[in-house]
Design a protein around this ligand. Structure first.
Ligand code: 13P
Ligand code: SF4
Length: 317
């Protein structure tokens, strides 16, 4: 965590200061749906990981401020090596990225020569640099389906997303055994209880959830797709099996509907909240812009290698 160079004046209106700095720095502020509502409300663009990568790829801003997690900001930096890319808290990581160390992944791939390597964007620049193409939860089916059927595929690092894609496309893939520590926590028992007490509700789930949870879902998709489903579906009550930060946009888009989140198995903690996403605060967002730090730095050679599979994804999306 970076230390502020000087404390924040308690009289400051942080939202207005962020807007002022945005213009002064010619910055674009991107926020993922899992960020705190006040961060989402201060951003130029709120989206899923695919939409935010697409905005980062085409922005003409000088500075990209990424209110999300490290792999998202790192992707923006790889797409914009000459721009300043800021992340409010450098410790905002991801269990999927952390669970796929460079040397272990290289050894894993060595056991599957000739395979096409598809990596979920939730991974490090080092993993991306060893991949043929990147995908997000929003385009995973399309990306994998673009690979000729006679090619064998390694899919990393999320085994739940990989299993779901494999099942949907009727296509075997070698899966790296990673998982999201948040989505893996959602309780099947509590989900079924919610469905029993709300028989008219529809359930939407993120494909990072376990098979046990996904089997009860009416709809499975990325955060943006879940948001569309919640807006368009006929049900007035929607059970949401993804990080509850997404409820902010859902409630804004469909104020008349009721959204119920699925708790984690251990109800004594807020285990359905992403602890990494929640490291970012409005204060840290303001400070990173005021102080132009912490900055995302990527090894140039690794960045150059990681760029091609990201660009291949963007071209296919
Ligand atoms: P999306 O691709 O749906 O934005 O999901 C990113 C993520 O980290 C989910 O946990
Ligand atoms: Fe990573 Fe899971 Fe957090 Fe998404 S919710 S950023 S996959 S730890």
């Amino acid at each position: 965590m970076s230390e502020p160079t000087s404390p924040i004046d308690p009289g400051l209106d942080l939202h207005s200061e962020i807007v002022r700095l945005r213009h002064e720095m010619n910055a674009v502020v991107l926020a993922h749906y899992y960020q705190e509502p006040e961060i989402q409300d201060a951003a130029d663009h709120v989206g899923d990981s695919l939409a935010l990568a697409q905005v980062a790829a085409r922005t003409d801003a000088d500075v990209i401020v990424f209110a999300g997690v490290h792999f998202m900001a790192e992707t923006a930096k790889i797409l914009n090596p000459d721009k300043l890319v800021l992340l409010p808290d450098l410790a905002a990581g991801c269990s999927l990225a952390d669970g796929c160390p460079e040397d272990e992944f290289a050894a894993f791939l060595a056991a599957y020569p000739g395979h096409e390597v598809v990596s979920y964007i939730n991974c490090s620049a080092a993993t991306k640099a060893m991949s043929d193409v990147i995908c997000t939860s929003g385009n995973a089916l399309k990306i994998v389906d673009s690979i000729p059927r006679d090619r064998s595929i390694v899919f990393a690092p999320d085994r739940h997303l990989g299993r779901w894609v494999s099942e949907q496309l009727g296509r075997e893939m070698v899966l790296w055994q990673g998982s999201c520590e948040v989505h893996e926590q959602f309780s099947e028992r509590r989900l079924v209880e919610l469905q029993v007490t709300n028989p008219e509700a529809m359930t939407a789930a993120h494909p990072e959830c376990t098979e046990a949870v996904l089997q009860h879902a009416d709809f499975i998709g990325s955060t943006a797709a879940i948001l569309n489903f919640a807006r368009e579906c006929a049900a007035d009550t929607i059970i949401v099996a993804t990080e509850p930060g997404i409820l902010h946009q859902m409630q804004k888009e469909s104020p008349g509907k009721t959204f119920l989140t699925v708790p984690g198995a251990d109800e004594s903690c807020n285990c359905n909240e992403c602890p990494y996403m929640k490291l970012n605060t409005l204060e840290k967002l303001y400070l990173c812009m005021r102080d132009r730090t912490p900055e995302i730095v990527v090894d140039p050679l690794q960045a150059a290698r990681a760029l091609a599979p990201i660009e291949r994804m963007l071209a296919l999306s």
